[in-house]
Ligand binder design. Structure first.
Ligand SMILES: C[S@@+](CC[C@H](N)C(=O)[O-])C[C@H]1O[C@@H](n2cnc3c(N)ncnc32)[C@H](O)[C@@H]1O
Length: 536
C-alpha cells in the first residue's frame, strides 16, 4: 500500500469525536509494535495463505504485514478484515488501493465461526461486555462453538481472543495486543485456563514502560504470541522495560524458536489461573531472599472441620443445658474467626468464651453413643429438621459424625485483611473452616514456636503474599495448598544459638501480648533478625 499515508491514525483522530472512538474502542497500535506482531504472523506463510484482522480500524497491521512480505508473497496471500464502524471503514477504504484485501462491515464476534485462517493479528476493542447489545446470544455461541461456559463478567477483547484462536488453522500463528490488566484480572480466569489447556500461547511480551505505548490511551499493554503447532509445556514471559529490550525482542521473534530464551519460562503446571500472572514476569517477593524452602518441608496446612450444618453441630453453654448434652459428647472448637483476637489462644481464653456463652464446642458423637437418651433425642431432632440430608452430612456415615481432626498447634485465618492472621493454639482446640490448621511434621515438632515467631514477622508475610489469592475489596484468601507451596525460612539452617535467640524474644512477645501490652518492639526485633538471615 505505497500510497497509504503514514499519519492516517493521527488524521482520523482529529476528524472524529472522542466519544465516537470511545464507543467503538478505537485505540490504535503504534507502528513499531504493529511491525513486531506482523513479523510473527507473516513468518513462513504458505502460498495461498489467508490472513485475518478481526478489528481492522485503519489497517495498521495490514500495512506492517505488507512491509514484511515481498511483492511476490503479497500476491500469494489474501487479507481479510472485520470492522463494525462504517465511519472508520469509509475512512480506511478511501486510502486503500489494493485488491487482495476484503473487509467485512460486520460484527466480528457474530460473524461466521466456521471460517479459518492461517494467520491472525489483532488489537481488539477494549469494551465492557456489559455494554454489548446481545450478550446472551454471544455467550450461547461461545458455549456451542467452543464448549466454554463464560460468565457475563468479561470484556469484549477476551471474546475476540477466543474466537480468533478457534479460527486459527493448524500450523498457523496469531498475535494479539491486549491490556496487560488481563494478566492480573479475575475475569480472565476461564480464558487463562483455555490458554493453558490449548498450549497455543508461546510467549507474552509485557510492555512495562512507565511511558505510554499508546499515545492516546492510559493502559499498559501485553503482546500475546500464539502458534497452533509445536505444543510447549511452558509459557515465556518477556518483560520489556527499555527500548533496548524491545529491539532484542524483535530479533528474538525473527529467530524463534532459536535459543537462548529472552524471558522467564514458566512450566504450564506451575502457572496458576488464580494467581496474578504478574508474579511470572515481575518476579516474586521471595526472589529478594535466600534461605527459603517450601512450607511443606516443615509443616502441613489443611482445612478445618467442615460440618455441613454448623448451627446444628456447634454449642454454647445455654444450648448444652437446653438439650442436656453430656460433656463427653462435646469438644472445644473455634467456630468463628472473631473468637480469637490475639496471636495466642490459651485455655483461659477458651474458658472465657465458654463462660460468655459463645459457641465454642462441637458435637462429637459416634453411633455407639446413641444409648445416651439425650444425645439420641438431639440427633433425632436434627433429622426432623433435615440436617442429615445436607450435602456433606448425607455423605457421612453416620451423618452426625464429624471429621476427626487433631487440634493444630498453629491456625491461620482463611480470609485476611491486612496481615495474615496466625494463632498459636495453646488451648489445643479444634477449629471449623474459618481457620486452616497447620501441623508440624513430626521431626519439626520442637520448631513450632520458632515457625510461629517467623510467621508473625513482616518479612514472612511479604513472602507469603506471593501465594495469596485476591478476593475482592482487599480480602486476601489462602487455600491450604497455597500455604503448603509457599516459601518459609529454612528451619534446618538455624543454629542452636539462633533458635535460642528467637525463642527468647518469642516468649517475651507472648507474655506481653497476653498481658495486653504492645509487642511492636519484639516484632521489630524478630523481623530484623529473620531478615538478616534471609536477605541475599
Ligand atoms: C482497538 S481498535 C484497533 C484498530 C487497528 N487494528 C489498530 O490496531 O490500530 C479496534 C477496532 O475494532 C472495531 N470494532 C469494535 N467492535 C467491533 C466488532 N464487534 N467487530 C468488528 N470490529 C469492531 C473498532 O471500530 C476499532 O476500529
Amino acid at each position: 500500500m505505497p500510497t497509504m499515508k503514514k499519519q492516517l491514525e493521527s488524521e482520523y483522530i482529529t476528524s472524529v469525536s472522542s466519544e465516537h472512538r470511545k464507543k467503538y474502542g478505537q485505540f490504535f497500535t503504534p507502528k513499531h509494535i504493529s511491525d513486531l506482531m506482523a513479523k510473527w504472523v507473516t513468518k513462513d506463510l504458505a502460498k495461498g495463505a489467508t490472513i485475518l484482522d478481526p478489528a481492522v480500524g485503519l489497517g495498521v497491521f495490514i500495512r506492517s504485514m505488507k512491509e514484511q512480505l515481498t511483492a511476490g508473497q503479497q500476491r500469494n496471500v489474501t487479507f481479510f478484515g472485520y470492522e463494525i464502524d462504517r465511519k472508520i471503514l469509509d475512512y480506511f477504504a478511501a486510502h486503500l488501493d489494493d485488491t487482495n484485501i476484503t473487509i467485512f462491515h460486520e460484527d466480528y464476534l457474530t460473524s461466521n465461526w466456521k471460517n479459518t485462517y492461517d494467520a491472525i493479528i489483532c488489537n481488539p476493542p477494549y469494551l465492557k461486555f456489559h455494554d454489548y447489545e446481545d450478550k446472551d446470544t454471544l455467550l450461547k455461541i461461545v458455549s456451542e462453538e467452543m464448549n466454554l461456559e463464560l460468565s457475563g463478567f468479561t470484556n469484549i477483547y477476551t471474546l475476540f481472543l477466543l474466537k480468533a484462536l478457534h479460527q486459527l488453522n493448524h500450523g498457523g500463528r496469531a498475535a494479539f495486543i491486549i491490556p496487560s490488566e488481563f494478566l492480573n484480572s479475575d475475569y480472565g480466569k476461564q480464558i487463562k485456563q483455555y490458554l493453558l489447556d490449548s498450549k497455543l500461547l508461546k510467549f507474552v511480551v509485557i510492555l512495562d514502560f512507565t511511558t505510554n505505548w499508546f499515545e492516546d490511551a492510559t493502559t499498559t499493554s501485553a503482546l500475546f504470541f500464539f502458534e497452533k503447532k509445536n505444543p510447549k509445556d511452558f509459557i515465556e514471559f518477556i518483560n520489556i522495560d527499555s527500548k533496548e529490550k524491545l529491539e532484542r525482542t524483535e530479533s528474538y521473534i525473527s529467530k524463534y524458536p532459536e535459543q537462548p530464551r529472552l524471558g522467564n519460562t514458566v512450566a504450564l503446571t506451575d502457572i496458576d489461573i488464580n494467581k496474578k500472572w504478574r508474579i511470572y514476569y515481575q518476579g516474586e517477593n521471595s526472589s529478594k531472599y535466600k534461605n527459603l524452602k517450601a512450607f511443606s518441608n516443615f509443616a502441613k496446612a489443611s482445612r478445618g472441620i467442615a460440618t455441613g450444618a454448623n448451627e446444628f453441630f456447634k454449642f454454647n453453654k445455654t444450648k448444652q443445658a437446653q438439650y442436656q448434652i453430656a460433656n463427653q459428647f462435646l469438644i472445644p472448637c473455634l467456630t468463628k474467626a472473631v473468637q480469637v483476637d490475639k496471636n495466642f489462644f490459651t485455655t483461659d481464653d477458651f474458658n472465657n468464651l465458654w463462660e460468655n456463652d459463645k459457641h465454642v464446642k462441637l458435637l462429637n458423637a459416634y453411633t455407639k453413643d446413641l444409648h445416651d437418651e439425650n444425645l439420641k433425642n438431639y440427633i433425632k431432632y436434627g433429622e426432623k429438621l433435615g440436617y442429615h440430608e445436607r450435602y456433606l452430612t448425607k455423605n457421612r456415615n453416620p451423618w452426625f459424625k464429624n471429621e476427626t481432626r487433631e487440634p493444630a498447634p498453629i491456625l491461620v485465618g482463611v480470609f485476611n485483611r491486612e496481615k495474615i492472621k496466625f494463632i498459636r493454639n495453646e488451648a489445643n482446640v479444634v477449629n471449623l473452616t474459618t481457620f486452616h490448621c497447620i501441623y508440624m511434621l513430626p521431626m519439626y515438632d520442637e520448631y513450632t514456636n520458632v515457625l510461629m515467631a517467623y510467621l508473625l514477622t513482616d518479612v514472612a508475610q511479604e513472602i507469603l503474599e506471593d501465594s495469596r489469592r485476591e478476593y475482592g475489596r482487599g480480602l486476601k484468601k489462602f487455600e491450604p495448598n497455597d500455604i503448603n507451596t509457599s516459601l518459609v525460612i529454612d528451619l534446618d539452617s538455624l543454629t542452636t544459638e539462633q533458635i535460642q535467640f528467637i525463642t527468647d524474644i518469642y516468649q517475651v512477645l507472648r507474655e506481653k501480648q497476653l498481658n495486653g501490652a504492645e509487642i511492636t518492639m519484639e516484632l521489630h526485633t524478630l523481623n530484623k533478625f529473620f531478615k538478616s538471615l534471609l536477605v541475599i
